[in-house]
Design a protein around this ligand. Structure first.
Ligand code: ADE
Length: 244
């Protein structure tokens, strides 16, 4: 899968995402990440990319021309237009389902705004999805873009070394993940729950599901309500677990 991130700060994107699991996935060729500097495409002789807003008001706006030309430079004219995400607090809130859906695309363009935003006309021309990472305002779209690339890349086959882990983690089946433990069996006088040492896989599974349900009810009542609603639709059988 290929990500094209249109930004005024390409080094932020490549710097942060070339480490760790995403960096390894790039080395293996499972994902490609291109950070394109919008400023390289401005036709302004002073390399300006922003201007005053018509109608007055505080702050500057990114102009349509450099954004559009940067976009044109990354899209292939003989292929269908790729999905193009503008990261903005005015978008739909990003979640695990969206990450999974975007991961099915071959190519994704992510546009990062700055200043007071971007001229509406270029957004109308190129953007297919408006996405926010939460109800707060950041100084630019780079951090949201990085969050999204990371969450989406995890669903690209082969990126996680254990294919199972994206399926069992939190948010899978609308439940948070159960508590986990590693050695030693006793730490600061606290023991690992005995059931996990029993070797009884069925009992371990049941315990984990119970813990996931309890944790979700306590920490995320909103998610728990979804889980309950979904369970009510399932003909009486063992409830399924979802992991975040
Ligand atoms: N740009 C500024 N704040 C943002 C947010 N919360 N989500 C996405 N893009 C943003």
């Amino acid at each position: 899968m290929k990500f094209h991130v249109l930004t005024l700060f390409p080094e932020m994107i490549t710097g942060a995402l070339s480490a760790s699991i995403i960096g390894k996935a790039m080395e293996r060729g499972q994902i490609e990440l291109e950070a394109v500097n919008i400023r390289d495409y401005t036709l302004d002789k002073h390399k300006k990319v922003d201007d005053y807003t018509y109608g007055g008001g505080a702050g500057m706006l990114m102009a349509a021309q450099p954004v559009y030309d940067a976009y044109q430079a990354v899209v292939c004219q003989d292929k269908p237009k790729p999905r193009t995400i503008y990261v903005t607090p005015q978008g739909a809130t990003f979640n695990q389902e969206m990450a999974k859906e975007f991961a099915m695309e071959e190519e994704l363009v992510i546009l990062c705004g700055h200043y007071e935003g971007i001229d509406e006309r270029v957004l109308e021309e190129i953007v297919t999805d408006y996405v926010s990472i939460g109800d707060y305002v950041l100084t630019g779209g780079e951090l949201p873009a990085m969050v999204m690339v990371d969450a989406i890349a995890r669903f690209v086959p082969g990126v996680l070394n254990n294919d199972e882990s994206a399926m069992t983690e939190s948010f899978h089946d609308d439940l948070l993940e159960y508590p986990q433990y590693t050695r030693p069996a006793v730490w600061m006088g606290k023991e690992v729950p005995a059931i996990l040492l029993s070797g009884d896989h069925k009992k371990v599974e049941e315990w984990r599901l119970e813990q996931s349900v309890k944790r979700t009810r306590e920490r995320r009542p909103d998610l728990y309500a979804l889980y309950e609603a979904r369970q009510a639709l399932i003909p009486k059988k063992k409830p399924r677990r979802k992991k975040f």
